[in-house]
Design a protein around this ligand. Structure first.
Ligand code: CS2
Length: 476
C-alpha cells in the first residue's frame, strides 16, 4: 500500500476533508516540541485551519527523544489523518507541519530557533518533560538539567533548548519568540518561564534578566480526549483512505484551547483558529485539571482495580460512575473559585458526558501512566485545600489509595510501571507499610499534606478496602 503523500491527496475518497491550503506555500513560524497524538489532534488541527488564510504558521515538529513520529511525518510530506470519533464522525487530512526534526537534529533546530520568522515555540512533552521538582521549580538534580547547566551548547532538555534559542536571539538582536506550554500543569506557562530564567541564570545573569523582561510564557488550558493510535486504528484509517497513514490520530469532537492573551505584533489570529483568549486562564485551568483530569485518574486507578479497561466501561459501572459524579460535584467543584463565564456544575456534567462516549476507546492503562507527575495537579492540590478549609476528604482519599494499590499490584506482578519514579514507587508499594512509604515520597507528597493525620488515615483506611470490599468505598 502506498503511503499518504501530497501527490496522492487527489486519489483519496470524496468524503474526506482535504486541507484548505497547499502545504508547499506554508512557511515555518512555529517550533513545536513533542509532536505526539495530542499535539497533532489539538494544536496542529487548530493551526491547520489558520493556514488556510495565513501561510506563515507552519509547524516544525521536533522530537528530542524518539524518531518514530517525525519519521512518519517526514515520509508523508507532513500529512496525516485526524479522525473525529464521535456522534458525528469525520476524517480530515491535516497539513500543518512544514518540517520534522528528530533526535540528533540539533543543528537544524538551532537555525530555526534563531530564525526571526519563527515567532512561537510550543510544547507538549507531558508533565515530566519540564524537569520540575515537587514545588514546581526547575529540578537541578534532574540528569538533563545537570547536563544543560554545564553544557549550554548542546541541550538535552526542552528547557535547555528554549533558553539556547532565546540566547541566540538576544545575541543577534532578534525579538524573543513566545513560548506556549500546552501541557496539563497548573500555571503551566509561568512554570516554564520560571524554569527558563532559572537555567539561564546559571549560564549568564544578563540573559536571565533579558528573558524575564522580554520573553513571554502565557498560561494555557488545553483539552481534547485523544486516545493513543493503536495498530487497529491505523489499519482502519489506511483502509478508509486506500493509502497507508502511520501518523493518523483520533479524538472526540470536543476540543478547547484557552490561552492567556499576550502581545505579539502581526502574530497569528488565534481567535480565527478557535482559541479562546483571556486575561485569566487560571480558573479554566484549575477546573479542567481538577474536574476532567482528576476524574480521569480516579476512573483509571479504581476502574483498573475493578477489572475495567476503558473510560467508557468504567463509566458504565453504575457504582463507580456514581462515586465519580459525587466526587466531582461535591468535593472537586467545591474547591474551585467562581470562574467568569464558566458554570462549573454544567461544565462537570458535560465532562462526565464526554466520558460516556461509546465510540472512544480510551484505555485506563494509558491514563494511569506517570501518576507521580499527574496526581499533584489533579488531586493533591484539591485535597490540601479541602483539609485547610475543614472539608471532608473521605472521597478524595480514595483515588490516592487506589493509585497505591495499583502500584502494589504492578510491582507484585513484576509488571512495568510507566512513571519517571517507577523504581522508587515499586519499592515503596511492596514495602511492609505501602501507604506510609508512598506518602513519604516528597517529590509527590509535600510534608504538610503527608503529615496531616486526616489525609494519612483516610488513605490508609481506603487502601485497606482494595484487599476487600471496594464496593463499600464507592458508596461514599
Ligand atoms: C488524560 C489526559 O492521559 C491522561 O492523563 O487524563 O490525556 C486527558 O485525556 C486530556 O487532558 C484531555 O484533554
Amino acid at each position: 500500500m502506498n503511503r499518504l503523500s501530497r501527490n496522492l491527496l487527489v486519489t483519496l475518497p470524496a468524503g474526506l476533508i482535504r486541507p484548505g491550503h497547499d502545504l508547499a506555500t506554508v512557511r515555518t513560524g512555529i517550533v513545536h516540541f513533542g509532536p505526539g497524538a495530542f499535539h497533532r489532534a489539538h494544536q496542529a488541527a487548530a493551526m491547520d485551519r489558520l493556514l488556510d488564510s495565513d501561510p506563515r504558521w507552519g509547524i516544525a515538529a521536533v522530537s528530542l527523544r524518539s524518531a518514530g513520529t517525525v519519521e512518519a511525518l517526514a515520509a508523508q510530506d507532513g500529512l496525516y489523518t485526524l479522525a473525529v470519533i464521535d456522534r458525528d464522525p469525520s476524517m480530515r487530512i491535516i497539513a500543518a507541519h512544514s518540517e520534522a526534526i528528530g533526535p540528533g537534529g540539533g543543528a537544524r533546530l538551532r537555525v530555526l530557533l534563531a530564525d526571526p520568522a519563527v515567532r512561537i515555540a510550543t510544547s507538549t512533552v507531558t508533565e515530566k518533560g519540564y524537569c520540575l521538582g515537587a514545588d514546581g521549580s526547575l529540578d537541578f538534580s534532574h540528569p538533563d538539567i545537570a547536563h544543560d547547566r554545564v553544557r549550554p551548547a548542546e541541550p538535552a532538555s526542552l528547557v535547555g533548548w528554549i533558553v539556547a534559542g532565546l540566547a541566540a536571539r538576544r545575541d543577534a538582536g532578534t525579538a524573543p519568540f513566545a513560548t506556549l506550554c500546552c501541557d496539563n500543569m497548573t500555571g503551566n506557562g509561568a512554570k516554564l518561564g520560571a524554569a527558563c530564567v532559572a537555567l539561564a541564570r546559571e549560564w549568564d545573569r544578563e540573559l536571565a534578566d533579558w528573558i524575564a523582561g522580554e520573553a513571554v510564557f502565557p498560561d494555557s488550558m488545553v483539552d481534547s480526549i485523544t486516545p493513543a493510535s493503536d495498530a487497529a486504528f491505523l489499519a482502519k484509517v489506511s483502509d478508509a483512505l486506500g493509502v497507508e497513514d502511520r501518523a493518523a490520530v483520533q479524538r472526540e469532537a470536543f476540543t478547547q484551547w484557552v490561552l492567556e492573551r499576550f502581545d505579539m505584533a502581526d502574530g497569528p489570529d488565534f481567535a480565527a483558529a478557535g482559541v479562546t483568549l483571556t486575561g485569566d486562564v487560571r480558573g479554566y485551568e484549575q477546573a479542567k485539571l481538577r474536574i476532567l483530569n482528576g476524574a480521569h485518574s480516579t476512573l483509571a486507578y479504581v476502574g483498573l482495580a475493578l477489572g475495567h479497561e476503558t473510560v467508557f466501561e468504567a463509566m458504565s459501572d453504575a457504582a463507580l460512575a456514581g462515586f465519580v459524579t459525587r466526587l466531582v460535584h461535591r468535593d472537586i467543584a467545591a474547591s474551585l473559585p467562581a470562574i467568569e463565564g464558566l458554570d462549573v456544575a454544567a461544565y462537570a456534567d458535560a465532562v462526565l458526558d464526554r466520558f460516556r462516549n461509546p465510540a472512544i476507546r480510551h484505555l485506563l492503562a494509558q491514563i494511569a501512566w506517570d501518576g507521580s507527575q499527574k496526581l499533584p495537579y489533579r488531586l493533591l492540590e484539591t485535597i490540601s485545600e479541602a483539609l485547610a478549609a475543614g472539608r471532608p476528604v473521605d472521597r478524595l482519599t480514595v483515588p490516592v489509595a487506589a493509585w497505591i494499590a495499583f502500584l502494589r499490584r504492578k510491582a507484585r506482578a513484576g509488571e512495568a510501571i510507566t512513571d519517571p519514579l517507577a523504581d522508587v514507587l515499586a519499592g515503596a508499594a511492596i514495602s511492609a507499610d505501602p501507604v506510609a512509604a508512598v506518602l513519604a515520597i516528597r517529590h509527590v507528597f509535600p510534608e504538610r499534606l503527608a503529615g496531616d493525620a486526616r489525609f494519612r488515615d483516610g488513605v490508609a483506611e481506603a487502601f485497606g478496602s482494595f484487599d476487600g470490599d471496594v464496593a463499600a468505598l464507592l458508596a461514599r
